[in-house]
Every structure is written in structure tokens, then in C-alpha cells.
Design a protein around this ligand. Structure first.
Ligand SMILES: Nc1ncnc2c1ncn2[C@@H]1O[C@H](COP(=O)(O)O)[C@@H](OP(=O)(O)O)[C@H]1O
Ligand SMILES: [Mg+2]
Ligand SMILES: [Mg+2]
Ligand SMILES: [Mg+2]
Length: 419
């Protein structure tokens, strides 16, 4: 009796509060059941395969997330390349580039050494047991104090503007001796076992010195197969649709220039503006469809000593191509055809004995293949990155859209007289 009397005697506001709470519980229960039913239905909806492959991140359902491979490797590689280009851009705009000559008479600058130090330091911080095949070594810097100190000056003052991005790369190298040791970590002999990064800190050093195109290149091979490729091209237009030219104008401004191309095996290729801090968003790239062979734009090296201009011109003529080729230094050629600014990249041997270096091709080869292209040597063999520091099993390069690669290759073989 007394309890009934208590409820009856309760204030109106208390009764209102209890009723509202009960209502909230009922509504919440209903919503949560409907949501799980909705999730169940959505997990049974079949998304067309073509859409799934184009936008795996967007269409992944909570029950079956699409797994992206090498996510950390890709992010570290892109940030490391972005940081290294900060250094190379400083040197590019300097008159004195600290150029010396290597044993093979090819040039190397303070930019090459500095970029290699910064990239290896980032890789070692994140993937300490991975091997590295890099172009440069520190021998000359150990005997030339002035050169060493100039490079240390650059390396110790180059960092990404975003703290978390810089932190991801492990921050600064501790001292000048550590820098020399870091540069020399790139001496792996390569091969087809395990994880091996390959670095070209400045590809197209001659272009870099001429005020032309160059690229900072990084690739990850696993058991001899390239899985991740990144190219930083500070002097190419950001705009994927910009007309193809290697020229950057007389006043060499950075305005509207600087692009990173990247690819992960099986996941497509993309481009994004080269920044100074965090990575900006990228967008997918693909080679352009070539309806008429006569309309194709060919890319080739500026240096006649690196690729035969005469053979290339004869091949183009036989294919009915009338436009002159676009000459461009570095792997910027691979990036340019991958985004459809050009169509075909030919690298035709000049010397029979020359072996192409893996760092000159690893990233570009993957980026073009992931953008819908095919890359082979002049015999039609895939580039083999698993036989050491050079492409000892290959001669030259033929990179073209998949559907016309065979047609171009047969003319290459005919002109060069090879099988
Ligand atoms: N005789 C030769 N044939 C082919 N490539 C050569 C060569 N001599 C040097 N190279 C390579 O050509 C690269 C530049 O390529 P490109 O002509 O497409 O710009 C150089 O890279 P580095 O500039 O990193 O040394 C170097 O490794
Ligand atoms: Mg070189
Ligand atoms: Mg190179
Ligand atoms: Mg180089």
C-alpha cells in the first residue's frame, strides 16, 4: 500500500523523466536492430568488379575490407622522395652544384649524395633489415672534407615542414660521420631474394646540371619483383594534361611544377603534386589510348650516348610517325607516358657492352605497367630486376601502351636486326 501511495504521490516531473527514458531505450533498440539488418543487406549487394577495382577503398564494406598492400612502404617512400627533392631543388637553383666526376666519367653533385643520405636514413628508420642498392657511395667524401661539409650542411638543414611527416622519416641524421655511413648502406649486390630497395637519388644528373628534367627515384623489390615505385619529378608540370615538353623556361621557376608518380603492384598508378610537408591527395593516372600510330609521341633521352637517336628516328618513320620525338632526361619519361602526356619511350642501346642499372628503371617500369603499359627490352623480355645491380639479362627498353607494344617491338627488332 505504502509503495503505491509513493508512486501516486511522486512529482509530475519525475514521472515525465521516467517515461522519456523508457521511450529513448525503445527507439534506440529499434534503430540498432534496423542498422544491423541494413548492414546485413548491404554485405550481400554485389558491387560490379570494375567499380571495385577502380575504387577499392570507397566500396569496401565493414565485413570485407579491401586490403591495400605495402601501405606503409608507399607512404614512407613518397615522403622520403618528397624530402629528398627539397634538397635537390635547393641545389638545382644554386650555380655551384659541387659537381665531381666518377670513375666512369659521369657527373655526380652534392645533390646526388645529399638526396641519397636522406632517403636511406628514412628507409633504415622504418625498415631496418631491408637491403639497399643505391647509385652513389661515400668514398670521395671521406677524402674531400670541403665536399663532405657542404653536403652535411645541406642534409642537416633539410626537413619536411610537417612535424609528423618528418617524424615518420625518423628526423635528422645525427652527425657528419653517420651521414657517410648512411650513404654507404646502399652497397647491396641486389638479387632475387628478400626485400631490396633501389635508389637513384638524382636520375638524369646531366639534365639536372643543364637546367632540365631530373627525377628522384625509389623502388622496392621483393624476391626480385618490383612492388612499389616512386618518382619525384620537380621540374615536370603538376598538371597531368599539360603538353609534353622537357623545357622549363629560361627563368626556371618552380611555379606549377613538381609531381610525384607512384605505384604499387596490382593497385594502379597515381600522380600528386610534390609538396613540402604532408603528402597531398593523389589521383589515378593511365596511359592514353592510341587510336592512330601516326599520332604517337615518342620520348627518348637527351643524351645520344645513352640511347640511339638515329635508330629511334628510323623506327618512328617506319611506324608512320611524323612528329619529332620529345627528348627528356631521366625517368621523367616513364612518368610522362604513364600519365598520357606522351605515348612511347624507347631506349635503344648505343654500346653493346653497357648494362642498364636497376635504379634507372625499377620505379618507372612499375608505374608504366600499372598505368596500362607494357615494358620490355628490345628482345621483348620483361626487365629482370633480380640479377644484381644491373639489368644484366636485358638490352634497352621499349615502353608503350599494351595494345600497340607488339607492333612497335616488331619494328624495333627489324631496325636493330635482333630477334
Ligand atoms: N652508355 C649508356 N647507356 C645507357 N644509359 C647510360 C649510359 N651511360 C649512363 N647511363 C645512364 O643514363 C642515366 C640517365 O638516363 P637518361 O639519359 O634517360 O636521362 C644515367 O643516370 P644518372 O643520371 O642517375 O647517372 C646513367 O645511369
Ligand atoms: Mg649517375
Ligand atoms: Mg640514373
Ligand atoms: Mg643518378
Amino acid at each position: 500500500m505504502s509503495s503505491v501511495r509513493n508512486i501516486r504521490g511522486a512529482p509530475k516531473s519525475f514521472i515525465l523523466f521516467i517515461s522519456a527514458s523508457v521511450l529513448v531505450v525503445i527507439v534506440a533498440t529499434f534503430l540498432s536492430r534496423s542498422w544491423s539488418r541494413l548492414s546485413l543487406i548491404s554485405s550481400h549487394i554485389q558491387v560490379p568488379a570494375v567499380i571495385q577495382s577502380a575504387a577499392p577503398r570507397l566500396l569496401s564494406t565493414p565485413s570485407a575490407p579491401v586490403k591495400m598492400s605495402y601501405t606503409k612502404e608507399l607512404e614512407v617512400a613518397q615522403l622520403a622522395v618528397q624530402r629528398a627533392t627539397q634538397l635537390t631543388k635547393r641545389v638545382f637553383h644554386e650555380k655551384a652544384k659541387g659537381t665531381t666526376s666518377k670513375d666512369d666519367k659521369s657527373p655526380v653533385t652534392i645533390g646526388d649524395f645529399g638526396a641519397q643520405a636522406l632517403i636511406i636514413s628514412a628507409l633504415k628508420h622504418n625498415f631496418p633489415s631491408d637491403e639497399i642498392v643505391a647509385e652513389e657511395e661515400a668514398d670521395d667524401l671521406r677524402t674531400d672534407g670541403t665536399l663532405r661539409d657542404t653536403i652535411w650542411d645541406l642534409v642537416s638543414t633539410t626537413k619536411l615542414e610537417d612535424e609528423s611527416a618528418e617524424g615518420m622519416l625518423g628526423g635528422a641524421i645525427t652527425d657528419v660521420d653517420a651521414m657517410l655511413d648512411v650513404i654507404d648502406l646502399g652497397k647491396s649486390t641486389g638479387g632475387n631474394q628478400g626485400r631490396i630497395w633501389t635508389i637513384d637519388p638524382i636520375d638524369g644528373t646531366k639534365g639536372f646540371l643543364r637546367g632540365g628534367q631530373y627525377a628522384v627515384c625509389l623502388g622496392l623489390m621483393v624476391d626480385g619483383d618490383v612492388k612499389v615505385g616512386v618518382l619525384g619529378c620537380p621540374n615536370l608540370p603538376v598538371d597531368d594534361a599539360a603538353p609534353l615538353t622537357a623545357d622549363i623556361g629560361a627563368n626556371q621557376t618552380d611555379e606549377g611544377r613538381g609531381v610525384i608518380f607512384s605505384a604499387v603492384l596490382g593497385e594502379g598508378a597515381s600522380s600528386r603534386a610534390l609538396g613540402t610537408g604532408k603528402l597531398v591527395d593523389g589521383k589515378p593516372i593511365s596511359m592514353r589510348p592510341l587510336n592512330e600510330m601516326s599520332q604517337a609521341t615518342f620520348c627518348e633521352s637527351v643524351e645520344a650516348g645513352h640511347s640511339s637517336h638515329g635508330d629511334q628516328a628510323e623506327i618512328a618513320k617506319k611506324l608512320g610517325i611524323t612528329q619529332p620525338s620529345v627528348r627528356m632526361d631521366s625517368q621523367a619519361k616513364y612518368g610522362s607516358i604513364a600519365r598520357g602526356a606522351g605515348d612511347v619511350y624507347l631506349r635503344l642501346p648505343v654500346k653493346k657492352t653497357y648494362q642498364e642499372k636497376i635504379w634507372d628503371h625499377a620505379a618507372g617500369d612499375l608505374i608504366v605497367r600499372e598505368a596500362g603499359g607494357q615494358v620490355t627490352d628490345i628482345h621483348g623480355k620483361r626487365l629482370d630486376f633480380g640479377v644484381g645491380r644491373t639489368l644484366a639479362n636485358n638490352k634497352g627498353v621499349v615502353a608503350a601502351p599494351k595494345d600497340v607494344h607488339g607492333q612497335i617491338l616488331s619494328v624495333v627488332k627489324e631496325v636493330l636486326g635482333v630477334n
